[in-house]
Ligand binder design. Structure first.
Ligand code: ADP
Ligand code: MG
Length: 680
């Protein structure tokens, strides 16, 4: 029997070239595609309601007897209004159809039928408009498929029914038996039947779990292969004694529970594992990632390792250096800052002290990758991922040690599920708790009519000695937009902000100019920084207390959150003003999320719900294939599949064993479809 994915859909009766085109619109080319085309939702006709018990405002199935058919009425626009009266033991209901003569003809002869729709109550009167109608023999759960013009869900259902009948007695299940047993999953044939033609919604859920598991497992395996296999056992430096308590006792503050958890997970990785640590620390802006890094560095250094900490820009490297120096105050740790602008003489000293092991921690930019940088015993590499280093750059730093432990820090609060999918076998620690006493940033949504008043408010902050950001959403590579930013600054002359010291920062500037503008803002020489989104790449100016964001509707919520995180970093109360003239409910609802919460993970979840995972990063830059059935809330399934993927790859890295052939096939299929990198 050839693969089901090779049998064309035209093999089904009733599917000719015309229908084939329509199926192809739904990306269904083969019988295999069709049986894997899962219903979008279900209509439960299995236990019909009485007219009286039908739930409010929810489509449901009602069983009733035809009482009478009213004469057709012709209304404007050539429409025909067709009405029937139906009843059950207790109640009477009128049902209206438009133009559906054939339904009407069927009903006018009388008898009992099932009606699927919303029962409306007005006074003691019941009504339904344009319900779906079926014979009472059809009391079951109906699958509802995504349809396309010319191809209805009913027609797809019929095609699936045929296709399922064509399946051989024993079909190849891509999931190995031992995996199914271990995770309590139902076999493919049963699951296929249940997902399309279930007898109960519980059955649907069992089938859905199995398919979601399969989908995520295949995804994990595919990602692991793209990255060159699962992690390898290697000799790496180990922590034999944990100095965390000592470090914490020397800190000027009490670490949060989340920080403690993250540190102990890292120390665990560096103590027990036969693999070097490979962990992502994810925490919202201000959640205290630096202290986590410092704690881990402390134990690493005390156990004889050197640490390298790489940041994407000079400003950030300097800031990390300052915060680490502050945290290490009074502890015997030698830290150095190595960036492009350090003098040659000083650089030479740093190179020397790294090579002979005097410097414990070096913090810097790409300058760390230079061939001159050699370590005596590099044991831990930390990168700040805000600006994503290229794989090659990170690899270059890592290669300066012998399988050093790796820690990546990210301030993008990606929902946990998505993070695990993208980062695959990277372990994840989430800092989901803020240090105490953080004040929330008061956020307001206004329209441009109130902009002038908002400028007045900005001016007040400046008069108090604070600074402001104004963000304009510009397409960086569009000349006319750039002009409009310069125009924008000119326009400020006619507002309460006239006379304030303003500067413009945009992505097309040379790095040197950008640095200058930024330095001048950091040192308080600029009052208002008008900028494109380049400031998203985290700088810390505690004196900036207000941010105004123009055309806020053009940003994703997570991006707005990142931007807003630039204020509220000092002791003063801080504000964010979102300016938008978009009146649609959707926009208002989206932006109002910002006014109601400061929790980055909540915002990310909302963003994900509203925009879907594909759009989460603005574009599909993560290159993930689309998920058909697994959802972002399937956290437990995702965790199980991570474990399963590891288990499978440990035993059979090439997926060559007979029992894993199905998985091998499916990973290739998934990633081929994604059009991404080809699997070997
Ligand atoms: P981010 O996660 O954005 O990198 P930082 O590590 O820069 O956050 O921490 C932000 C600020 O919070 C720093 O000034 C740091 O000293 C302080 N901080 C970190 N952890 C705590 C804590 N547990 N209690 C109080 N302040 C803390
Ligand atoms: Mg930080």
């Amino acid at each position: 029997m050839p693969s089901l994915f090779k049998i064309p859909i035209t093999r089904l009766s009733g599917v000719g070239p015309k229908k084939q085109k329509l199926f192809e619109k739904l990306k269904i080319h083969s019988i295999g595609d069709l049986i894997r085309f899962y219903p979008r939702t279900y209509e439960d006709w299995s236990e019909p309601y009485t007219i009286e018990n039908a739930p409010d405002n929810t489509p449901c199935c009602v069983c009733a007897r035809i009482d009478r058919a009213y004469p057709p009425a012709h209304i404007r626009g050539g429409m025909t209004l067709l009405k029937v009266g139906v009843c059950d033991e207790e109640n009477y209901m009128t049902i209206t159809f438009f133009n559906q003569q054939y339904v009407y003809d069927k009903l006018r002869d009388g008898g009992e039928f099932l009606f699927y729709g919303i029962v409306k109550r007005s006074g003691g009167h019941y009504e339904m408009t344009a319900p779906a109608v079926s014979d009472i023999g059809d009391a079951c759960i109906h699958p509802i498929y995504q349809q396309t013009a010319g191809l209805t869900t009913k027609q797809i259902e019929a095609a699936v029914k045929q296709a399922i009948k064509m399946l051989p007695e024993k079909i190849n299940d891509p999931l190995p038996q031992d995996i199914m047993n271990k995770y309590g999953l139902c076999p493919l044939d049963k699951a296929l039947y249940s997902i399309h033609f279930p007898e109960s919604l519980d059955e649907v859920e069992r089938a859905r779990r199995r398919f979601a598991f399969e989908e995520m497992l295949v995804l994990q395996l595919g990602l692991a292969r793209l990255k060159g296999g699962s992690r390898k056992e290697t000799a790496c430096m180990k922590i034999t004694r944990d100095y965390t308590e000592e470090f914490f006792s020397l800190l000027p503050f009490e670490p949060t529970g989340a920080q403690k958890r993250a540190v102990s997970q890292c120390i665990g990785d560096m103590t027990e594992n036969v693999y070097p640590m490979n962990r992502l620390i994810q925490g919202d802006v201000g959640s205290g990632k630096t202290a986590v890094a410092a704690a881990v560095c402390y134990s690493a250094v005390k156990n004889g390792m050197q640490c390298a900490f790489m940041a994407p820009t000079e400003i950030l490297a300097k800031q990390h250096f300052d915060s680490l120096s502050y945290l290490f105050e009074g502890m015997k740790i030698n830290a150095a800052l190595l960036t492009g602008s350090v003098t040659a003489a000083k650089k030479r000293l740093i190179y020397e002290s790294l090579e002979n092991g005097e410097t414990d921690i070096v913090i810097g930019t790409h300058a760390l990758i230079s061939d001159n940088v050699k370590f005596r015993s590099l044991g831990l590499v930390i990168t700040d991922e805000q600006h994503r280093f290229g794989v090659a750059q990170r690899a270059a730093l890592i290669s300066k040690g012998e399988s050093p432990h790796i820690m990546v820090m990210s301030a993008t609060p990606i929902p946990r599920t998505l993070a695990l999918m993208i980062f695959g076998d990277l372990d994840l620690s989430v800092l989901d708790e803020m240090p105490p006493g953080r004040q929330k940033i008061d956020t307001y949504l206004i329209d441009s009519g109130k902009r002038f008043r908002a400028y007045g408010f900005l001016k007040k902050q400046i008069d108090n000695g604070n600074q402001c950001y104004i963000v304009c959403p510009l397409v960086e590579d569009n000349e006319s937009d750039l002009k409009s930013a310069q125009e924008y600054i000119k326009l400020l002359a006619g507002t309460p902000l006239a006379g304030c010291r303003t500067a413009l920062l945009h992505g097309k500037m040379k790095a040197k100019d950008k640095n200058e503008i930024m330095e001048s803002f950091v040192s308080g020489k600029t009052d208002v920084l008008v900028s494109t989104t380049v400031i998203e790449v985290g700088v810390n100016v505690p004196n900036a207390t207000i941010m105004m964001i123009e055309n806020a509707e053009r940003f994703g919520l997570s991006q707005l959150h990142q931007l807003r995180g630039r204020v509220g970093r000092g002791k003063d109360r801080s504000y964010c003003i979102l300016v938008s003239d978009k009146q649609s409910d959707n926009t208002r609802q989206r932006l109002s999320v910002m006014c109601h919460t400061n929790n980055g993970f909540k915002i990310a979840d909302e963003d994900l719900k509203l925009r879907g995972p594909g759009d989460f990063f603005g574009s599909r830059q993560h290159g993930l294939p689309e998920l058909k059935i697994a959802s972002m809330s399937d956290m437990d399934i995702l965790e199980s599949t991570q474990e399963a993927a590891r288990r499978i790859l440990d035993e059979d890295p090439g997926l060559e064993l007979r029992k894993n052939r199905g998985l091998d096939f499916e990973t290739k299929r998934l990633f081929d479809k994604a059009g991404g990198e080809q699997l070997q």
